[in-house]
Design a protein around this ligand. Structure first.
Ligand SMILES: [Zn+2]
Length: 280
């Protein structure tokens, strides 16, 4: 009996999926800097596809598209004020994974409040308080806009590492904004932008170590997906429709499993659906 129960557990085991959002990341600069070795390795051995985000290239509409699998017209977020949005009718991919299978555990950590904090604008990630009470959904909200992203991203990373090690959520979203912040303040052609990218890459390395430990000790399968919501102009800033601002990418790397066989032409609003299919 126990053997059958154990067997059915393994047969029904689905890949865990972690989406890492790196705000305002110009991938070429990151990879050419040689200061983002983890991201480079994930791209090298994972699935890779370039994508083009819809303009205007603000973070609000950008992340709303990626996280809910909707176009700007569908989610109604046109800028970072979130006024008149349809997000109540466009559930994020964590919520959709839960609705798809109600044994699913989900986790989100971010320091840009509109993504996760129910007390302010948005949030794009639904609160789902009942699942939080049942320990099936965890949301870590920090405020990088007030405290700066250097420390806020570090707290997000710390919370994510703890969650991966202790709970291993089925579907997660972890977000870093330090590179975008540095881009705005210093532009993207100097050392500040690269230093911020390198700090985030160190978080990725630590996340990989925690994921790999679960893969080896628990035989779990993990898929780590990385994307960004927009690039930057050289002087720093975005919102327009230049190629450099609209340029994005999808990297999806399997741990304890194969890379996904996704189409090499992906629109940002298709990422959520592709992730949900990995949980089907
Ligand atoms: Zn952004």
């Amino acid at each position: 009996m126990e053997v059958i129960a154990c067997l059915s557990y393994f047969l029904s085991m689905k890949s865990k999926v972690l989406l890492i959002g790196i705000d305002g990341l110009v991938l070429d600069i990151a990879l050419n800097s040689n200061m983002a070795s983890t991201l480079g390795q994930w791209k090298e051995r994972g699935f890779f596809a370039p994508t083009v985000v819809e303009a205007p290239t603000w973070s609000g509409p950008g992340w709303s598209t990626i996280l809910t699998g909707s176009t700007h017209a569908q989610h109604g977020v046109t800028d970072n004020r979130f006024s008149g949005h349809n997000l109540l009718y466009r559930p994020d991919f964590l919520s959709r994974a839960f609705y798809q299978d109600q044994s699913t555990t989900t986790f989100a950590a971010a320091a840009w409040p509109p993504l996760v904090d129910p007390s302010g604008l948005g949030p794009v990630i639904h609160e789902r308080r009942e699942q939080q009470l049942a320990y099936q959904h965890r949301v870590i909200a920090r405020d990088g806009e007030t405290h700066g992203y250097k420390s806020a991203d570090a707290e997000v990373a710390h919370a994510a590492l703890y969650a991966i090690e202790k709970a291993g959520p089925d579907v997660s979203f972890v977000y870093f904004c330090g590179a975008d912040e540095a881009g705005h303040v210093h532009g993207i052609r100097g050392n500040n932008y690269i230093e911020a990218i390198s700090r985030i890459d160190e978080f990725l390395a630590k996340i990989e170590t925690k994921v790999q430990a679960r893969v080896e000790s628990l035989n779990e399968e993990w898929l780590i997906v990385v994307t960004t919501d927009h690039g930057h102009i050289d002087e720093g800033g975005h919102g327009g429709d230049t190629d450099q601002e609209r340029d994005s990418f999808v990297i999806a790397t399997g741990f304890g499993r194969e890379n996904p066989k996704w189409p090499t032409s992906i629109k940002p609003e298709e990422i959520a659906e592709l992730i949900l299919a990995e949980r089907a």
